[in-house]
Design a binder for this molecule. Structure first.
Ligand code: 5RP
Length: 291
């Protein structure tokens, strides 16, 4: 117990000064609980309001994807540049050093692979997300796909976990082979995720009407990079998405399959956090490569 004698009298009450209240202004989360806001604040940068998430969960459906054959060699050197990592528990436990202290968006659904039909998935246990101190749980949501109902039920269950344990839900919109990635579809898929309780949504960019996808989604959107593009085009994609209102990227192949992944993630950061133009970011990429 603290000493009772000789203590300095409390006198700094700030009488007349209104209590300081920092406002949490992430889209759609004003009414969330403290724990949800805390975890989202670890993912999204306070200054830019945006995030560079590094996605390397591809192996859970694709096996040893190009660039991810040896996560220890290709991903670990990039960790310092990522605001958040998105991966499976297997990759995390086997390869990611806990000392990196990176906020984690845990791939939270699992099931079929590319060898059968995708998206017939169940959820991990919430205890696993708690054990791994996840900042978000990320289920796949296959709107319009064969397993639409299964995956939307998974998302709803995640939102219930969010309500109970304050671990935010990231709805990951899957794009099936048969579905078109236009604003109509992406807008529907993102909105379905938000309406079913996602705190933020990962989807794809489309050239026409992406600002409508963002506008009609009441929570932040981060974009996946999709298939590998030339570096300059991937930077342009990120730029256009952020200019249209996306709050950042959850990018995989266009980073870890780049000619120089460390330079690429830094160039993506310049676009997402410093609002660098694609040409400026590409110059940065080339400079870093030259170094
Ligand atoms: C797979 C995913 C991937 O994490 C996602 O597609 C991001 O990676 P990429 O930028 O390579 O598209 O959610 O289900």
């Amino acid at each position: 117990m603290a000493d009772m004698e000789g203590n300095i009298d409390a006198r700094n009450y700030g009488i007349g000064i209104a209590a300081k209240q920092d406002v949490f202004n992430m889209k759609g989360s004003a009414n969330a609980g403290w724990g949800v806001k805390y975890r989202l604040s670890r993912i999204f940068d306070r200054e830019s309001g945006n995030t560079v998430m590094l996605a390397f969960d591809h192996g859970y459906i694709m096996g040893p994807t190009s660039g991810l054959e040896r996560i220890d060699l290709t991903i670990n050197p990039l960790l310092e540049y990522a605001d958040c990592i998105m991966c499976t528990r297997g990759a995390l436990r086997s390869t990611i050093p806990p000392m990196a202290c990176k906020p984690l968006a845990l791939r939270f659904s699992a099931g079929t692979t590319v060898l059968t039909s995708l998206n017939d998935e169940c959820l991990l246990s919430i205890e696993e997300a708690i054990r791994l101190d996840a900042c978000a749980i990320a289920p796949m949501v296959a709107v319009g796909g064969e397993f639409e109902a299964v995956t939307i039920k998974n998302l709803a269950a995640c939102a219930d976990f969010t309500a109970r344990y304050s671990i935010p839900t990231l709805g990951v919109t899957a794009v099936g082979r048969e579905l078109v990635r236009d604003a109509r579809y992406l807008g529907l898929a993102a909105r379905v995720c938000a309406e079913n309780g996602a705190n933020f949504v990962k989807t794809y960019y489309c050239d026409e009407g992406f600002e409508k996808v963002v506008a009609a989604c009441p929570v932040p959107i981060v974009i996946a990079g999709g298939k590998k593009l030339p570096e300059s085009e991937a930077l342009e994609l990120a730029y256009k998405a952020v200019q249209s209102g996306a709050r950042g990227v959850d990018m995989g192949r266009n980073i870890f399959q780049a000619e120089n992944p460390a330079a690429m993630i830094q160039a993506v950061r310049a676009v997402v956090h410093k609002f660098a133009k694609p040409s400026e970011a590409f110059e940065l990429y080339k400079d870093l490569c030259a170094d």
